[in-house]
Design a protein around this ligand. Structure first.
Ligand SMILES: [Zn+2]
Length: 213
């Protein structure tokens, strides 16, 4: 991963309308370092030299002229809690944010929900943006999953690399749209725990198959 890859990911979020202006942020871990988008820089104007390097506590290292994203707290919190995660994306994508404003988890209403890990998407309790309380709440709500919602705020998506984290951000947004539409259509009929367990096996076999290719 390079600083350019992080800039490209931040621009992808804007291009795909998962975020607007400076409201999203992106980070990646490489060889024990954490690189994150700067605070207050529009991705359209962002250069590789703007990417900020921080340590495991979120303190700035290196020579960027900028402060790290104001949400650096949950980014480093996630890396500290999850050795399997190599990239984190945060957006206010509209459908996922709409669900977050209900402060409810998204249940296993569709088989693709198993892409989160266990078929659910938890919602971290409301805390002000950039606060230690939000960072703690995000790490707890994420647990062992690939994504979570942030009450009255947005969504965090993760992956083993930037591409995987972007894929998860898109997938969560699609699922949130489908969930909102389902609730308009009627009461969702949820997958039961046996059906979710069966899907987890199918997803794991599929993931293994892709790694073998
Ligand atoms: Zn935010």
């Amino acid at each position: 991963v390079t600083h350019d890859d992080i800039v490209a990911a931040a621009r992808t979020l804007v291009r795909e309308r998962l975020t607007v202006g400076t409201s999203g942020n992106v980070s990646a871990r490489h060889a024990g370092r954490i690189w994150i988008t700067p605070s207050g820089v529009d991705p359209a104007a962002m250069a590789a030299t703007d990417i900020v390097e921080v340590d495991a506590a979120g303190s700035r290292l290196g020579e960027s002229p900028h402060a790290p994203s104001s949400e650096v707290g949950f980014h480093v919190g996630i890396y500290g809690a999850r050795a399997d995660i190599g990239a984190v994306v945060h957006t206010h994508s509209p459908w996922a944010t709409a669900v977050s404003c209900t402060r409810q988890a998204m249940p296993p209403f569709h088989y693709m929900m198993v892409g989160t890990g266990d078929g659910t998407l938890e919602c971290a309790p409301y805390h002000p943006p950039g606060s230690p309380g939000l960072a703690h709440g995000v790490v707890t709500a994420l647990g062992g999953r690939a994504a979570c919602l942030l009450a009255n705020h947005g969504v965090v998506a993760t992956g083993r690399d930037l591409d995987a984290a972007l894929r998860m951000a898109r997938e969560v947004e699609m699922l949130a749209q489908q969930y909102c539409l389902t609730r308009l259509a009627g009461e969702p009929k949820l997958l039961d725990s046996g059906q979710v367990a069966e899907l987890i096996e199918i997803f794991q076999a599929y993931g293994q198959q892709q790694e073998d290719e």
